[in-house]
Structures are given as structure tokens and as C-alpha cells.
Design a protein around this ligand. Structure first.
Ligand SMILES: [Zn+2]
Length: 298
């Protein structure tokens, strides 16, 4: 009997030990071996970081508060130094808080277009990246981890980068796709046509899972799939289709955004609140031509 109890105790200790080893810091989820997402659903922003045998690469600092929580989470998971912090694009609400990572030892990096904007329009909680990269593609290797940085064009903000871990088949996508939510508010700083073109390129990339900077899935910390990319593209196309259907019916164009409905998406977050603003944005793009736009830098 004593022997049996002893065995049970040992199994119990092993079980608890394993459970403790797997315990993650708050607001952190494991996406794959060495790949984690970090974010508080209450704040609505999600980041990603990769732990390699030669250090950590983090993506998206968001703000000093978010960055501090993320650095703490990283340090609870690994003793490896934080080597890089990569920004997805220029906007204050995504690229702030870099100083926290710099003080933790990381080199801050963004696409040159994002860096130039951040230097000219430094936000109150923002620092200018230490390094920038140019062109459409850069590959980084740290330990056994490869990170592909893809610049797909003037879809949203400046220097918008889509990150791909080709071995793990995981992507990090900021702002271009928000699972289960209509487009953001008045759809600020998005070139609609370039955005749709970029989504088609992303849909061709080789990944199964994605961490989205904003996500209205039931378990946003766990990210989503490539289906979310296709669903978003479909939503944009359906909205344009519904607008043109109203034109065809003879609805006064100025009234179209207030009458247009897309019941298929009625359960998406902010459907009631933002659909009219989304419709205005698509309509204005059709009316005025694509904006914002600038000549491609040669
Ligand atoms: Zn943005």
C-alpha cells in the first residue's frame, strides 16, 4: 500500500511539475514551439515574440505599458536576451513604446518608410527606430528561426510589414485583417485597392496560423487562420457589391452608406456602429479615386 501511495505521490509531483513548466505569464499564449503571442483582450492589441537559442525577436511594441508587460512576460519565459523589436508600421497606436525594448537591450527596426515618418512625426510615447530596412523583402535569421519581412505596398500607413515564419508557417499581420470585425471606423490611412491587392498576396503566402494585431475571435490571444484573410477580402468585396446594388436601384448616392446592409456580417463586431462609415469610405474611393497614394520610390 505504502509503495502504491509512494508511486501516486511521485506521479502527482511529476504532473504538478509539468503543469508548472507549461504555465505561461499573464496575457501570453504559446502559438508554436518558441512562438508566443502577447496581449490583453481588454486593450485590443496583440504582439508576437519568438524565443530562439540565440535570443528573442519581438514584433509590435504598441505602447510603453504594453511593451513593459511584454518584456516581463518574455523574461519569465526565457533567459535569452531580447535582440530585436520589429515594428509593423508607422502609426502611433502600434509603434509606440519602443524605448522599453531598447532599454531591455533590443535593436529597434522598421521599414525605411515607417522610420522616416516616425522621425518626422514622433509620437509622445515613440522613439525613432535604430535601424531600418528597405525594399520589398528582408529575411532575418536568429538561432534556428527565420523571419521574413514583407513590404507589400501602400495598403495601410507607411512601411507596412507582414511577418512570416516560413518553418513554423505562422504570420503576424497588423491592421490589414481583423477577424470577426468590420473595417476600422472611418477606415483611416488605408488605400482600399492596394489593400485588397495585398490581401490576395497574403492569401498566397504559406502559413496556417496568424497572430492578428486586433482580433475579435472568441480566443484572440490564440490568433487565427488564413481563412480570416479570405473572409476579410470577401467582406470588402461584398460591401462594394452592396453599394453598387444600391446605385443600380437608383438610391441617391449620398444616402447609400446609411441604407446599405450586409446581414451576412451582422454578428461581426462594430457592424452597426461602423458599417455606414466603412460604406462611406468605399464609396468615396470609387468617387474620387484611390487615396492615399504617392508615386513609388525608385
Ligand atoms: Zn495602423
Amino acid at each position: 500500500m505504502k509503495k502504491i501511495i509512494g508511486v501516486i505521490v511521485i506521479i502527482g509531483v511529476l504532473f504538478v511539475g509539468t503543469a508548472l513548466a507549461e504555465a505561461l505569464p499573464p496575457h501570453t499564449a504559446k502559438i508554436a514551439q518558441g512562438v508566443y503571442s502577447y496581449g490583453n483582450p481588454a486593450n485590443g492589441y496583440f504582439s508576437m515574440f519568438m524565443v530562439t537559442k540565440d535570443g528573442v525577436i519581438a514584433i509590435e511594441s504598441i505602447s510603453s505599458q504594453h511593451a513593459a508587460g511584454m518584456v516581463k512576460a518574455i523574461k519569465e519565459i526565457t533567459d535569452q536576451p531580447i535582440r530585436y523589436l520589429l515594428h509593423s508600421h508607422n502609426h502611433w497606436d502600434h509603434a509606440s513604446g519602443g524605448k522599453v525594448f531598447r532599454e531591455a537591450g533590443a535593436t529597434l527596426m522598421a521599414h525605411e518608410e515607417a522610420s522616416a515618418w516616425m522621425e518626422a512625426n514622433t509620437g509622445p510615447d515613440m522613439v525613432v527606430p535604430d535601424k531600418s530596412w528597405e525594399g520589398n523583402r528582408k529575411d532575418m535569421t536568429l538561432g534556428d528561426t527565420v523571419v521574413e519581412l514583407h513590404y507589400l505596398g501602400m495598403n495601410h500607413g507607411l512601411g507596412m510589414t507582414v511577418f512570416l515564419l516560413p518553418k513554423e508557417k505562422i504570420a503576424y499581420i497588423a491592421d490589414l485583417v481583423v477577424p470577426n470585425r468590420v473595417m476600422f471606423n472611418i477606415v483611416p490611412d488605408f488605400n482600399i485597392k492596394e489593400w485588397e491587392r495585398s490581401l490576395k498576396v497574403i492569401a498566397q503566402m504559406d502559413f496556417d496560423k496568424a497572430v492578428y494585431s486586433h482580433n475579435n475571435n472568441a480566443t484572440p490571444l490564440l490568433g487565427g487562420t488564413k481563412q480570416d484573410v479570405n473572409d476579410y477580402l470577401q467582406f470588402m468585396q461584398d460591401l462594394r457589391g452592396a453599394i453598387f446594388a444600391e446605385f443600380k436601384k437608383g438610391t441617391n448616392p449620398m444616402m447609400v452608406p446609411t441604407v446599405v446592409q450586409l446581414p451576412k456580417y451582422k454578428d461581426w463586431a462594430m457592424y452597426k456602429e461602423w458599417l455606414p462609415m466603412n460604406a462611406w469610405r468605399i464609396l468615396l474611393d470609387e468617387w474620387m479615386g484611390p487615396f492615399p497614394w504617392r508615386p513609388d520610390k525608385k
